[in-house]
Ligand binder design. Structure first.
Ligand SMILES: [Zn+2]
Length: 680
């Protein structure tokens, strides 16, 4: 249940992005912003994204195994190589202790690399699982099967997970949520645009093909595919949209076991929770009542044979990437080629480095930070974060539309931020995780069960405040409202985000904005609903809240107006939290930079003033090329707007940008003062 987190970059359907390798970039100011990457013929006021990145975009094709390619992806790519270097040397070691983290890394990685064995084993590990599903005869059996599948990490019918109570951050609580669709968004099942229709028909073909690959004849496979599609569509029709899932108040529906039994009587919730090892003494939080009402109908009205077919499909679909070549290739074709336009699969070592670095994330992370994260980087980051905090404090104190009572709460919240930099103080304990050499897919199931059990056990423990929601090798950062914390993994603390001894203008324009972005998530349209202790509580006066909404609405309208591709627009409401965070990040980092300058005027570098370098560094972070299909997909699924609009739409609200590049009233990016967003 990680939906609370606000991050700088969408993770979504990209696998975890992993990075490493000390960069060879110039650490001084010179040459950091290359003119040869820009398009100096473009006008900053027409399309700043193009001006800052045009030549780079023109000269940097998207590699065949990527759906998009930009600063984040390049770091990830370099770095995945560094992770691979770690895996390679651990795998070659012959003196590893049985049960040690290193031994687990070695066995996990090598078992996943052994394609001869993977092809030979084929779907054998799935057969007893299929048999068990086939043997389901009644609702009791079905419940037991769901318990088993959920433990294996196979998302079916609904999800469970333990997270802090949104209204009582000192207590862990069980959450129940909608889950178990195979297409990446409910919209694909229910929308009638050509793109959704095409994907639906390709999906049905894909299921049929997969059924054939596990032994069904063509006729039976087609019939199964249609049945599965119809069933998932029935689920999807009652799913919340992504936008509805941003409304935390609507997601907060406490239910005792008695209430669950009364409202949704066709499933034995009490026995289910007992089965997963959760002792529910008070209540659970049910996120989407509309879907659970339908789920209750499903348990009674849908033939067991249909549900069993669906469970087998979910199991196969979930495992597909880890199975033999024919199945893994077909899975890649649908999920990467059809959905995102990627034509070539990454080499196996890249994929296995990513997966190992994610499944054994903190075991690999420990080695990674020792090798690649200098302690001095942490010290420098702490300084920067403190400067940014001072700047945000100044901005909040200076806001004219906010009443004193709201301001006091806002400042208290800022003052209570927990800051985590680099890597966790306490590393994950993998002693209960079993890694074998029997098969890749069984290792994945065991890893899922390890995470599941660990999460469920949290229910009976105090809130863990030192945990990390990302591995150190992740190129990303996040804000978590229930912990009121901002977190910056080691891997984002390198160029082009962070130059250890680099030009301040560039550092504030890049990592400074990232820090400000995460801080602002504490005050964005959803973060502002949580107080300094991480509790969802309305600390805003009605007048201040109305003011905030009216000001934020400008941002919604601005982004709604951006057409990204083929008549498809950015969704201003879905991306509002991120756009607010970019706006706040820019504003606060500029303030911090001004405070650091303390009236001094730094020299020009490479013909750019310091303010120009600030904005160019920001634009450089977001430079990217993206495939049309991936762009269409992200417009539906990603709460972050495409890079181009994060740059152009981020900057036209910032007064300093107009001065730095002499933006004229006649320029397309020009917005009148009253049109600009003005919050912080
Ligand atoms: Zn964000």
């Amino acid at each position: 249940m990680k939906h609370l987190k606000g991050s700088i970059l969408g993770l979504g359907f990209l696998a975890l992005i992993i990075v490493g390798g000390c960069s060879q970039h110039n650490q001084k100011g010179e040459g950091v912003l290359k003119k040869s990457d820009m398009n100096l013929a473009a006008k900053p006021g027409v399309d700043f994204f193009e001006y800052a990145n045009g030549s780079w975009m023109k000269n940097t094709p998207i590699p065949a195994d990527k759906s998009r390619y930009g600063s984040f992806d390049i770091l990830a790519e370099n770095a995945n190589k560094a992770i691979n270097g770690i895996l390679d040397s651990v795998s070659k070691a012959t003196n590893l202790k049985a049960g040690s983290n290193e031994m687990k890394i070695k066995n996990f990685y090598l078992t996943g690399m052994d394609t001869v064995k993977i092809n030979k084993v084929g779907i054998k590990p799935l057969l007893p699982e299929f048999k068990a599903i086939d043997a389901i005869k009644n609702r009791v059996d079905l419940r037991k099967a769901l318990i088993h599948l959920h433990k294996m990490g196979v998302s079916t019918l609904f999800s469970v997970g333990v997270m802090q109570d949104m209204k009582d951050a000192n207590t862990n609580r069980m959450y129940l949520g909608q889950a178990g669709l195979s297409l990446p968004d409910r919209d694909y099942y229910v929308k009638d645009d050509a793109n959704s229709k095409n994907i639906r028909s390709a999906y049905v073909k894909h299921i049929a093909k997969m059924c054939q690959l596990v032994g069904a004849n063509a006729k039976k496979a087609n019939a199964k595919a249609k049945k599965i599609m119809a069933f998932e569509t029935r689920m999807a029709q009652k799913f919340n949209t992504r936008l509805e899932n941003r409304d935390y108040h609507a997601l907060y529906n406490p239910k005792t076991l008695k209430e669950l039994a009364k409202n949704y009587p066709n499933f034995n919730w009490k026995a289910y929770f007992k089965g997963i090892g959760a002792d529910i003494t008070s209540f659970v939080i049910l996120e989407q009542p509309k879907y659970f009402a339908e789920l209750n109908n499903i348990f009674r009205k849908v033939p067991l044979s249909t549900i069993k077919l669906y469970l087998k499909w979910r199991l196969l679909n979930d495992a597909a990437g880890t199975l033999n070549k024919e199945i893994a290739d077909q899975n890649f074709y649908f999920y990467s080629t059809v959905l995102s336009g990627v034509t070539k699969q990454s080499p196996r070592w890249k994929r296995m480095s990513r997966v190992t670095g994610s499944v054994l994330g903190e075991a690999v992370g420990q080695i990674y930070v020792k090798k690649y994260f200098p302690p001095a980087a942490k010290t420098r980051m702490i300084q920067l974060v403190n400067n940014l905090k001072k700047a945000l404090k100044k901005r909040i104190e200076g806001v004219t539309w906010m009443s004193e009572s709201t301001r006091k709460e806002a400042l208290a919240k800022l003052n209570s931020f927990t800051v985590k930099i680099g890597y966790p103080d306490k590393w994950e304990d993998y002693s209960k995780l079993k890694v074998g050499t029997d098969s890749y897919v069984q290792n994945m199931w065991r890893a899922a069960e390890f995470s599941f059990n660990k999460n469920i056990a949290e229910l009976h423990k105090p809130v863990d405040r030192v945990r990390w929601g990302m591995t150190p090798q992740t190129v990303n950062a996040y804000y978590e409202p229930s912990l009121n914390e901002i977190v910056f993994p080691a891997a984002i603390l390198q160029p082009p985000f962070f130059y250890m001894n680099g030009d301040d203008a560039v550092n504030y324009g890049a990592i400074g904005v990232v820090i400000g972005h995460e801080m602002t998530h504490g005050f964005d349209d959803s973060g502002r609903r949580f107080d300094k202790n991480g509790n969802m509580r309305d600390w805003w006066t009605k007048k201040d809240s109305d003011q905030f909404k009216a000001r934020a609405q400008k941002l919604v309208d601005q982004f709604d107006a951006f057409e990204a591709i083929d008549g498809m627009h950015v969704n201003g409401k879905l991306t509002l939290g991120e756009n607010l965070a970019d706006y706040g990040g820019l504003t606060v980092s500029l303030e911090a930079y001004r405070m650091a300058l303390n009236g001094k005027q730094p020299a020009d570098i490479d013909g750019f003033t310091n303010m120009q370098r600030f904005f160019l560094a920001y634009a450089k972070v977001w430079r990217q090329n993206i495939r049309d299909k991936a762009l269409k997909r992200r417009l539906k699924e990603d709460v972050h707007a495409p890079g181009k609009f994060r740059v152009n739409g981020g900057l036209f609200n910032i007064p300093e940008f107009y001065d730095a590049f002499d933006i004229k009233k006649t320029d397309p990016l020009y917005r009148k003062k009253e049109q600009r967003v003005n919050i912080w």
